[in-house]
Design a binder for this molecule. Sequence first.
Ligand code: GSH
Length: 307
Amino acid sequence: MTAHTRIACSAEKSADVLHGCITADGSSGFKAEAGRYHLYLAWSCPWAQRTAIVRGLKGLHDVVSLSYVDDERDERGWVFRERRGADPVNGFTHLAQAYEATIPGYTGSVSVPVLWDRETGRIVSNDESVIAADLATQFEEWGDPEVRLYPPHLRAAISELNADLETNLSGGAYEVAWTTTQVEYEVVRLRVIATLERMNARLAERRFLFGSEITVSDVWLWPTLARFDLLDNPLGKISERGLTGFPHLWAYARDLYQQPAFRDTTDFNAFRRDRPGVRQEGPERIAVDPVEANWGKPHGRDRLSAQ
Ligand SMILES: N[C@@H](CCC(=O)N[C@@H](CS)C(=O)NCC(=O)O)C(=O)O
């Protein structure tokens, strides 16, 4: 099962200790309740940002709380520091403590996002696709019912598109920097460019990926686009054309950015970082510099909503 094939909370998933899920009726063991859950996120992390965007779009600010780890990890992984604030829920110094509280003796990867349950004092899930789907569908008692991010009739298509974007765009954009041979570099970067072109064409006549309403596919795509010109492209040397060189995609990205759920969860400064360990040797790469784009420029895409 890939991250994007999950449609609803399943017993199989909830039995896995870090892949629990929330249900409106509580049948999964985690009932949707106001004030019960907390998200631990990192500003740099696209997966973490996706959960924050869903929370914002659904209007769950007063229902599910949220805080950020520091931008820099230490030898124990994600850490809370003054810069991004202390842990307001548990007073942890390290996110590893949340994992340890859930699985004593935990030695696995300590990643964000983390959805924490105040009631049972443990992590419900550290899986973005599960957390996003639960926030999008299980909090209807509080969330904006007009915002249908994961409509049942589109779920199969959404899963397919998100898997495509994950493999060919976000995954690919990350991988390019790590390629070691010329062939590998060219194959991966051309796959990324082809996907950008496909999405650019798809968005020529549609305001969002599935038409006039935002879905979790848009939430998936956007954090990748937001990081492209400052992080993935200059680091991996993927495309001579930056995001701003794909006109429909760039206008679409600005359209989303100009909505609070996207803008308020974005700190471009968190993307202006190197990834430790990226190799400088290896393939001969094209030249790409970071692009400082004007995200506030009018997008002109309202006209597409009516279609
Ligand atoms: N598959 C995870 C991906 C989350 C992830 O990779 N998070 C990264 C940051 S973007 C992380 O926290 N990595 C832990 C580390 O590198 O120490 C999800 O779906 O949520």
